[in-house]
Design a protein around this ligand. Sequence first.
Ligand code: HSE
Length: 319
Amino acid sequence: MDSYLLKYKYAKVFAPASVSNVGPGFDVLGFALEEPGDYIEVKVTDKPGVSIKKITGDGGKLSHDAERNTASFAALSFMNFIKADFGIEMTINKRMPFASGLGSSAASAVGGVFAVNALLQNKLPNEELIMHALEGEKIASGNSLHADNVGPALYGGFVIARSIFPIDIIKIPFPEELACLIVYPHIEIKTEEARRILPDMVTRTNAVKQSAHAASLIAGIMLKDYRLMGRSMTDFIAEPLRAKLIPMYNDLKSFLLQYGAVSFNISGSGPTMFSFFDNPEVLKDTAPKLRKFLKQMSIETDVYITKVNNQGPKIIQVK
Ligand code: HSE
């Protein structure tokens, strides 16, 4: 393989899950998680284009057709952009649930692009990668483009997706010690369906409340003011309608706020929910109580305790 573009012939990368919306930041605010996430491997081949060698952890749900798979299509879009004179064979190891509100398709799309970038002599910056990751995510999410999962999955940390055309992602500082509790009930909510139930129009009162809360949430994050973050976490557009799709939403909200959570809201389009805690000790005390509480519910649930992932995707191995 004699491509002048390539430095390596193999790369394995990790791309993280993310929480999007973050209360009032509907379609614009998101943050990356330390775990879970996807592992993507790419191996250079002489045959141009992308082929999928193997997919694991998807329960047979994902397409092996490179044009119809989020990770490979994103990689292909990026390879066309750089006029790749090589091909790749891709292995996808999904380590996170689908239709969960944790940005599963964004993680795959970011992983696909990031893995190809890891092979290159001259790596391209995130500003050049993101549109290709969004192209990949389109396969899963239909035509409604939003960068509040792809943005944090690629840039890491907390991001504001101000605009897509032209792309404008702003990474903001956040309290490093911020601990996040993720509750994933084993039900599927498809983003497309969770978007369909939302109204096209919002009232002026709600528009004002939503922007007030989004602005003060961002101020709270940047000022490390947890109380401000907590009282800013209300979403006036999606939460009232989507909460009805999650059977135990209100019970869990009351439970976690009672046991020291700073906030509670839906992650992306659900069903996953998330809470911030300002004190890891409180979270450590609350987690077992929560697990006990969840056992009484009829739905199986996973609980993750994770910090915000400031790095975004990472290279596991190149050779
Ligand atoms: N912002 C999106 C939504 C995230 O809430 O519909 C899910 O992709």
